[in-house]
Design a protein around this ligand. Sequence first.
Ligand code: OAD
Length: 248
Amino acid sequence: MKFSEKLISLLKNDPVVSVLTGAGVSAESGVETFRGENGLWRKFKPEELASVDAFLSNPELVWEWYNLRQNIVRDIEPNPGHYSIAEMENIFTSFYIITQNVDGLHKRAGNTRPIELHGNIMRNICTGCCKLFDEIEFTGEVQIPYCDSCSSMLRPDVVWFGEMLPEEALKDAENAIMNTEVFFSIGTSAVVQPAASMPVWAKNNGAYLVEINIEETPLTFYADESIRGRSGEVLPELIEEIKKEIHE
Ligand code: OAD
């Protein structure tokens, strides 16, 4: 793959780099995306599975759905796209990774401090006292888990439709955006706010905006360049190219 001279010349000067990722980055690990032809939201209704109302009216169903997804995430591995993003953290002196993904794969690939905008599916939280719980493994039938401190129901520590993003993650993301010189938006349909606006904020603040996606998104025409391809293929090639340039 041929990358633009502009992008390579910017990257070889060790700029502040931020990456925003979406479900597309985990697609090559076997996690289904939300939108698109076979997307999860084509088969399931988010308002019945991923909202506070859904949880309060049918916690058993919501827990069954999340248990299914937790089991999928437990069994998958990071792919070359994740490993390339982890490598970027070693290449650039100042690097931020912001993700909408809840699968924890960036951390498993080696990124030390991913900013998780939508939480982490392998963590659970008490709806009463907010105590955090690690993975819950159900043996046999899925049952609603309860807090061992206050006896309230536990829920997965993810952001549901209609909920605010975790304050600290949002603050960290804003800090990254304000400092960024090159901003990558990778594998996201760029439609869910506020993440969808982050690339735009970065560009308005002077960053060079690069999109990597297998198809066009609402961001494509706003980006300085849009690279069409799978993140697990484009990113390893980009890393190779940057390393070659740095060592020349
Ligand atoms: P989407 O499913 O909306 O979009 C996935 C994007 O990845 C699409 O634009 C695809 O074209 C692209 N894509 C698929 N495979 C790819 C690959 N191998 N390489 C590069 N791109 C690829 O997922 P998100 O944008 O992450 O929110 O969705 C945002 C949020 O909507 C999610 O975090 C979730 C969902 O509802 C919550 O759960 C709160």
